[in-house]
Design a protein around this ligand. Structure first.
Ligand code: GLU
Length: 421
């Protein structure tokens, strides 16, 4: 959606800011610190000329926003999508700051994006965009400065190109400049599944609070990219019943349960979930409103709004995507007594294993998958419980508690560091 068409409710930066404001007010945040934390430290816009396969030149626009680096090098993904806007990248960068603070890893927040439609680009065009974008950002990226990772429509291969381009300019191999790389190039075991695994760990904690067992718990997942498909697969392996799935074109439902490994194989072949035997097709809107215990929106922003929040039937809303619920929908979700696992907690498993990858690259010593997964589980459980305790202590919901905890941590680091003049 071009920025101009976005109303206040669906502007991701407004969505982020209104929760930040609510948290800052409850924390009685110092007005000076408020001013620092509400604006990004640095925003960069780059023009990326690419010689297309057709022989014609095309210029793409890319962004990198570094929201805050008080707690360490900036960290955050790069997305390729036609809908990328500067306001979206700003919001996503701030969400990374809060997310890293919640899981207490030593990073600040950043995000990058290039306005392009990867479904209409060849592999070599995507590679050229990636390499030129990286070359334009040589002075701001680096293991000690700013470390990208995959996000929407980018993957291990794109990260390999970022790593290679950066390394060519540095004249030596720098694996720690990017995370989410292929394992052969210094990637971490367990990184691919990490966001989905983190979602499952949060859900495990949430159902205990609600007194549900996994076998009783019906789950619907919106989105079938890395996050959605992995969360659904791992949750089914863990004993949950997956009653709904969807991709960009629509969803499938089956009250008796969908076999996720079959859905993944079917999707690989047909590039759609529609028609999977034993399921009935539905729209994405219907999927969100389906009867289930846990709803995992893992597609994109602004899926649960003031228009449809009143019709949700889930008991737990576990946000796999960044910003899937608008701020205007928060009160409606709360009034329905739905337990929210907010995005900046629920999907933090990805950046947590990115942190492990960065540590392994710097050590030059690589961990087993078991070590990665058990360290991830420890951090996710600790973080989940920290947000729950904050919510209980301050009598706020999980959304506001997560922002309060994050803002408090970043503010306290900023106070300790002082203001350099
Ligand atoms: N893009 C992911 C996110 O939004 C991962 C970021 C990272 O690992 O740096 O959390």
């Amino acid at each position: 959606m071009p920025a101009i068409l976005q109303d206040k409710e669906t502007n991701p930066f407004e969505s982020m800011m209104s929760r930040f404001d609510a948290a800052a007010e409850r924390l009685k945040l110092d007005p000076g610190l408020y001013q620092i934390l509400r604006v990004p430290d640095r925003e960069i816009t780059v023009s990326i000329p690419v010689m297309m396969d057709s022989g014609r030149l095309q210029v793409f626009i890319g962004y990198r926003v570094q929201h805050n680096l008080a707690r360490g090098p900036c960290k955050g993904g790069i997305r390729f999508a036609p809908t990328v806007t500067l306001d979206e990248v700003r919001a996503l960068a701030a969400w990374m700051t809060w997310k890293c603070a919640i899981v207490n890893i030593p990073f600040g927040g950043a995000k990058g994006g290039v306005i392009c439609d990867p479904s209409k680009l060849s592999n070599s065009e995507i590679e050229k965009i990636t390499r030129r974008y990286t070359a334009m950002l040589m002075d701001v990226l680096g293991p000690e400065r700013d470390v990208p990772a995959p996000d929407m429509n980018t993957n291990e291969q794109v990260m390999a190109w970022v790593m290679d381009t950066y390394s060519m300019h540095q004249r030596h191999t720098v694996t720690g400049v990017v995370t989410g790389k292929p394992i052969e190039l210094g990637g971490s075991r367990g990184r691919h599944d990490a966001t989905g695994r983190g979602i499952m760990i949060c859900c495990n904690q949430a159902i205990k609070r609600l007194g549900l067992t996994r076998e009783q718990t019906r789950v619907a997942v919106q989105g079938f990219g890395n996050v959605g498909s992995t969360a659904a697969r791992l949750m089914q392996e863990g004993g949950y019943r997956i009653v709904g799935l969807s991709d960009i074109n629509g969803g499938i439902l089956s009250p008796d349960g969908i076999r996720v490994s079959e859905a993944i194989a079917y999707y690989k072949e047909k590039r759609t979930l529609a028609g999977l035997p034993g399921t009935r097709s539905c729209s994405n809107a219907e999927l969100l409103e389906t009867d289930c215990d846990i709803l995992v929106p893992a597609a994109t922003e602004n899926q649960i709004t003031s228009h449809n929040a009143g019709r949700l039937k889930c008991k737990i809303l576990c946000e796999g995507a960044n910003g899937p619920t608008t701020a205007a929908a928060d009160d409606i979700v709360e009034a329905k007594k739905i337990f929210i696992i907010p995005d900046i907690l629920a999907n933090a498993g990805g950046v947590t294993v990115s942190y492990f990858e960065w540590v392994q690259d710097r050590q030059g010593y690589f961990w087993t998958e078991n070590t990665v997964n058990s360290e991830l589980e420890r951090i996710m459980i600790e973080s989940f419980e920290a947000v729950v305790s904050y919510a209980d202590l301050h009598h706020v919901n999980m959304r506001i508690a997560s922002y309060m905890l994050a803002v408090d941590r970043v503010a306290s680091t900023t106070r300790l560091r002082g203001i350099y003049a």
